[in-house]
Design a protein around this ligand. Structure first.
Ligand code: COI
Length: 358
């Protein structure tokens, strides 16, 4: 494995107070950078001071959006060390995204080694308050300077780090979600099941309109019939109906969330019935009408477990749990964050430990 070179930042930034953190506004002192060209493959992994970089306006990523990313988190454990939550699951998804967008795969073991080194160097940035984490953002961009449409020959990979609190301004309080019935996020055969910036750019107008109406996010419906639930865009969606937790299946247009997978595993362990199956908005309305819709919550790395307090579809508004956090959402949140902070046993080996000195 190629050696990772390290050049340290001479000037250190002030580390923010853990109780002041929002989401994704501050960045640590260092970042990981690595390049790809056809002759050398991925090469020259290096940890450098976090800093702006100079590129040409003709760089392909600006024109055709050939880029992918991941989002994962590192937590301050009870013993003072650091735990990265399911990094190999995230790197596997990064490589699946790479395949779809004709980007060369990256060695996940090299990425993990480099990330652990980066965290050792910037370990003081991992906050230690409840509800906080160090958000890890790996991304790859196409770097040829060229205006024809084809895959780039060269790429650059970065990992940047950001200390974060809750993703939503509401914190762990219920969010209001609007069911989108005009725009769609992704169609079968498209790129909705990979993590690429275009999916998020396509969601902005819809989210803006929802915000104007007082809703935090939109819940997307399928592109063909505008009938079946998909995902929220920053999180997968789960509904508890008559004792069973239902979540839309990974049918090719929604993101295979790591937290989604963790929650399904935990639910099965707890003996709570759960199913990955298509669920229509009509079924949700019917369940709400008959009093069987018990809870709705989102799952995501940034959002963790995000209870939904209100769902609006056309002119119908459904309030869940009197707008309060549901008991299952609370239990799942406590359990997952318990594992993440090292307070509960990590029976699945989900935490990759980084031992810090000093
Ligand atoms: C995540 O949950 O990590 C995401 O990537 C969602 C969003 C912040 C883009």
């Amino acid at each position: 494995m190629e050696r990772i070179t390290i050049s340290r930042n001479a000037v250190k930034k002030a580390i923010p107070a853990a109780d002041q953190l929002g989401f994704g506004q501050l960045f640590t002192d260092h970042m990981l950078v690595m390049d790809y060209n056809p002759e050398q493959g991925w090469h020259h992994p290096r940890i450098e001071p976090y800093a702006p970089f100079c590129v040409e306006p003709a760089m392909m990523v600006f024109h055709y959006g050939q880029a992918i990313f991941e989002g994962m988190k590192a937590f301050r454990l009870q013993d003072g060390n650091i735990g990265i939550f399911r990094p190999q699951t995230h790197f596997a998804r990064l490589n699946r995204s790479a395949d779809r967008l004709c980007i060369p795969r990256v060695d996940p073991d090299l990425l993990l080694e480099a990330l652990k080194k980066l965290l050792e160097i910037d370990h003081q940035w991992v906050p230690n308050a409840k509800g906080t984490a160090l958000y890890i953002r790996p991304f790859i961009i196409a770097t040829d300077n060229f205006l024809g449409v084809r895959p780039s020959n060269t790429y650059r990979l970065f990992i940047i780090l950001s200390p974060v609190g809750a993703y939503y301004a509401e914190g762990f309080n219920p969010v209001k979600i609007l069911v989108e019935n005009e725009y769609v996020r992704a169609a079968q055969g498209g790129i909705g099941d990979i993590k690429t910036p275009g999916n998020y750019a396509a969601s902005l107008l819809s989210a803006l309109k929802a915000k104007e109406k007082g809703y935090a996010q939109v819940l997307w419906l399928d592109a063909k019939e505008l009938k079946f639930l998909e995902e929220v865009g920053t999180m997968n969606i789960m509904l508890k109906i008559d004792g069973e937790v239902i979540t839309p299946p990974l049918g090719g247009s929604i993101l295979p969330g790591t937290t989604r997978d963790s929650v399904l595993t935990i639910l099965s362990e707890w003996g709570i019935p759960n199913a990955e199956r298509s669920i229509s908005i009509d079924e949700v309305i019917k369940a709400a009408g008959s009093g069987k819709l018990e809870e709705i919550f989102g799952t995501g790395t940034a959002a963790v477990i995000s209870p939904v307090g209100e769902l609006k579809y056309q002119d119908q508004v459904f309030t869940l749990n009197d707008g309060k956090v549901g008991p299952l959402s609370q239990r799942l949140f406590d359990h997952i964050t318990g594992i993440q902070y090292g307070l509960l046993p990590d029976t699945h080996g989900w935490l990759e430990k980084v031992v810090v000195n000093g």
